[in-house]
Write a protein that binds this ligand. Structure first.
Ligand SMILES: *[C@@H]1O[C@H](CO)[C@@H](O)[C@H](O)[C@H]1NC(C)=O
Ligand SMILES: *[C@@H]1O[C@H](CO)[C@@H](O)[C@H](O)[C@H]1NC(C)=O
Ligand SMILES: *[C@@H]1O[C@H](CO)[C@@H](O)[C@H](O)[C@H]1NC(C)=O
Ligand SMILES: *[C@@H]1O[C@H](CO)[C@@H](O)[C@H](O)[C@H]1NC(C)=O
Ligand SMILES: *[C@@H]1O[C@H](CO)[C@@H](O)[C@H](O)[C@H]1NC(C)=O
Ligand SMILES: *[C@@H]1O[C@H](CO)[C@@H](O)[C@H](O)[C@H]1NC(C)=O
Ligand SMILES: *[C@@H]1O[C@H](CO)[C@@H](O)[C@H](O)[C@H]1NC(C)=O
Ligand SMILES: *[C@@H]1O[C@H](CO)[C@@H](O)[C@H](O)[C@H]1NC(C)=O
Length: 660
């Protein structure tokens, strides 16, 4: 019975959490960072994490290290949770107090440009908002009510005549020009002196006041106080955070601590105690009912809105995909007309559709697949929060009557496999051959997407099923990686057996260790990427080399053999008719082999792969003979590779999946 009870208990708890979420005051935002640590990225969001980062106990809103060019940088950092400025029924604007410590270290003399505390409708950083713009607005959005941003600026450079001096605080509303600015020189504060400047911003719903003190003494001196109706300029929910910029005058813009206390203007008017007394028992009863409900209806159809908060949960982020009604999607796809079918995967069928005169791809998840609503939510939230030019964009979703649907952007050229495999034998000669340059760009695009999934987004995401049919091609043949998140769901199917069934993936793309460790890792993704590279260059399926009596990884064995015989170029797709640069081609093939190294510790990471592709890094060494697969795999020795990752002075056994 145990295996049956566990998921039900989990579902009930999940429901309880959702209901709890529904009842807790949403607008209330309070936090206290007395310093910053890397793990705080779970609460803080760096708009561009190559620019902004947590380092040395502080948020560096613009960077100071790693040989980055400091010139013309601009960044924004926000708390992930939005602050509710006003409630629908209650009216009035929420009050808040926030205290933070700034530390600005000039890199040029004088430094530039400054940092600001911001309340913004939109997380996005306006393009080209470096220099005088402080990441607040840019030349287009400056002065426009569409900017929807209020900032308290700490300006360290007099960048235009209206700027008072190079050491002032100002209040900016939708503009880089301050409504009011005050020089800090008179208060004995020098922003650009590499010392801690403590700032308190108080908003009581009517007036905004700014207090500043150097060296953290006392409560600070009132430097600025102005009447301000925030709800006149900002939407109901805002992001709070910091923005900063440099120009050719540069400085390190740091925030070393940050406390925020916001009022609750939720629509609840009940006194707090009453609220607790009513909701806690109600919550318990609801949990009981929910638990009972799930016991009863384990395998039966679930009513549509059993999870009242799912939509809210998904909608939480400002860039979240949209929810569609089943009706709309039926209409868009001609009631899932087989004529509109684009393809069929293990997971469901994809239809072409028209929504608001735009072509879309609608994936209808098979009803008989065993995945549940939670996995569906995981998919939607994961994909919805990932944004990269080389990832297929999720536009929306629908969950109705046990129908799970995902709406993606439409990829006019379909999937890559149609182009690279030699279909002549299959009598399909329609697809044009992709030239070398196009193939190179496709590989680079996939590498960028994978690097983003592994290293670039908030939480590491493993793709788990990289293969040619999951690479979609846009109208210009640029590659977009699709179907991420799905493999994880497919994986759930074999759960009751502790066999290789648990492993998601496609034979031919699976790293040799997959069968032993029974899970996906960063390294197994990289292996599959390596196989993909070889396929794209050779125009062959990964496992169909009849000439060798190889079992699984045909293409890898075949190529390694050619590599040993120094005839690797023989592998290149004959349809390229020799039109390619040989050096680049060899580099690509050897890189593919490096990714398919039997020892996962020897595979390059995606960062290195990208650097090799751009020529910034040399090819990793690849032995002439394919090393045999040994398990457990030995880590590389220190001598061989000084860059090997060390975790707590121990060699990391495997890259950990940090979940998502
Ligand atoms: C924030 O946390 C620090 C250390 O945990 C504590 O000393 C400080 O009083 C807290 N500040 C506020 C305003 O709660
Ligand atoms: C982040 O900043 C880097 C360095 O300025 C830039 O090259 C990159 O395009 C930025 N990324 C985004 C998503 O804006
Ligand atoms: C902000 O601080 C003031 C005085 O320190 C206090 O009266 C007020 O209640 C605080 N407001 C909030 C929302 O914490
Ligand atoms: C200002 O930012 C917006 C949004 O990022 C962008 O569309 C616009 O082109 C930018 N303007 C300039 C002058 O860069
Ligand atoms: C920015 O906008 C303000 C109006 O808010 C305008 O007065 C000013 O000229 C603009 N500045 C620049 C540099 O465009
Ligand atoms: C807001 O500030 C103005 C001027 O600084 C002052 O006259 C007024 O009393 C303040 N209002 C509140 C509610 O504090
Ligand atoms: C603030 O502005 C909003 C929207 O313009 C308005 O509804 C509200 O009455 C204003 N509040 C005050 C105190 O003026
Ligand atoms: C940054 O700008 C300064 C001044 O124009 C220039 O001297 C310096 O070389 C620039 N730095 C880089 C890395 O481009």
């Amino acid at each position: 019975m145990g295996t049956v009870w566990f998921p039900q208990l989990a579902v009930s708890l999940f429901l309880a959490v959702l209901l709890g979420g529904a009842l807790s005051p949403v607008g209330c935002l309070t936090f206290n960072f007395s310093e910053f640590q890397n793990k705080d990225t779970s609460q803080l969001f760096m708009i561009n994490d190559t620019i902004s980062r947590i380092f040395g106990g502080a948020i560096q809103v613009t960077p100071d290290s790693d040989g980055l060019d400091f010139n013309n940088t601009f960044g924004r950092v926000f708390h992930r949770k939005q602050f509710r400025l006003y409630g629908k029924s209650k009216g009035g604007t929420a009050a808040f107090n926030t205290t933070f410590t700034l530390n600005i270290k000039p890199k040029t003399s004088p430094g530039g440009e400054g940092i600001a505390f911001i309340l913004a409708a939109d997380k996005a950083l306006p393009e080209a908002s470096y220099g005088q713009w402080l990441g607040i607005v840019n030349a287009t959005t400056n002065g426009s009510s569409q900017a929807k941003i209020v900032a308290v600026e700490f300006d360290t450079r007099k960048s235009y005549p209206e700027d008072l001096d190079d050491n002032h605080v100002g209040l900016n509303v939708n503009s880089i020009y301050s409504t009011k600015q005050v020089s800090l020189a008179d208060c004995g504060v020098d922003l650009s002196s590499n010392v801690d400047v403590k700032v308190r911003v108080r908003y009581d719903g009517k007036n905004i006041s700014v207090f500043v003190t150097q060296n953290g003494k006392g409560q600070g001196m009132l430097v600025l106080s102005l009447p301000l109706n925030l709800s006149q300029y900002l939407p109901e929910k805002v992001f709070v955070g910091f923005s900063a910029s440099t120009s050719t005058y540069t400085e390190l813009n740091c925030v070393r601590s940050w406390v925020f206390n916001g009022d609750d203007v939720g629509d609840d008017k009940n006194p707090e105690l009453l609220w607790v007394w009513i909701t806690v028992p109600a919550l318990l009863v609801l949990c009981g009912i929910a638990f009972f409900f799930y016991l009863q209806r384990n395998h039966r159809e679930q009513p549509e809105d059993a999870y009242p908060r799912i939509e809210d949960q998904i909608k939480g982020s400002s860039v979240a995909p949209r929810r569609f009604r089943l009706k709309e999607l039926r209409k868009a796809t001609g009631n899932f007309n087989p004529k509109n079918k684009l393809g069929r995967g293990g997971f469901g069928t994809v239809y072409k559709g028209f929504l608001e005169n735009k072509e879309v791809a609608v994936k209808r998840v098979s009803k008989d697949s065993t995945q549940g609503k939670q996995e569906f939510i995981a998919e939607v939230t994961t994909i919805g929060n990932l944004h990269h030019k080389n990832l297929v964009k999720l536009i929306g979703w629908c969950y109705e009557k046990r129908d799970f649907l995902l709406v993606y952007e439409f990829m006019p050229n379909g999937s890559l496999d149609k182009f690279i495999y030699d279909y002549e034998r299959l009598g399909n000669e329609e697809s044009p051959t992709l030239g070398w340059e196009k193939r190179r760009i496709i590989v680079y695009g996939v590498a960028e997407a994978l690097d983003y999934l592994h290293n670039g987004c908030e939480k590491r995401v493993l793709h788990r099923d990289i293969k040619a049919s999951n690479i979609m091609l846009d109208s210009d043949f640029s590659a977009k990686l699709g179907d991420f998140g799905l493999a994880r769901i497919v994986q759930q199917r074999g759960k009751d057996h502790h066999t290789t069934k648990e492993i998601a993936g496609t034979p031919g793309y699976m790293a040799p260790e997959t069968f032993l460790i029974s899970r996906a890792t960063v390294e197994t993704d990289i292996y599959a990427f390596g196989v993909l590279v070889l396929e794209v260059v050779c125009g062959r399926k990964p496992g169909n080399q009849n000439e060798d009596n190889d079992y699984n990884n045909g293409i890898v064995y075949w190529l390694w053999d050619l590599y040993r015989r120094e005839r690797i170029l023989d592998a290149v797709d004959s349809r390229l008719a020799g039109e390619f640069d040989e050096q680049g081609m060899v580099r690509m093939l050897v890189l593919g082999l490096a990714c398919c190294h039997p020892n996962p510790h020897h595979r390059p990471c995606m960062k290195t792969v990208l650097q090799v592709l751009t020529g910034e890094a040399p090819l990793p060494p690849v032995p002439i003979e394919r090393p045999s697969f040994v398990w457990p795999a030995m880590p590389q020795s220190f001598k061989q590779d000084p860059d090997i990752s060390l975790i707590g002075s121990q060699l990391s056994p495997f890259t950990q999946l940090t979940g998502r």
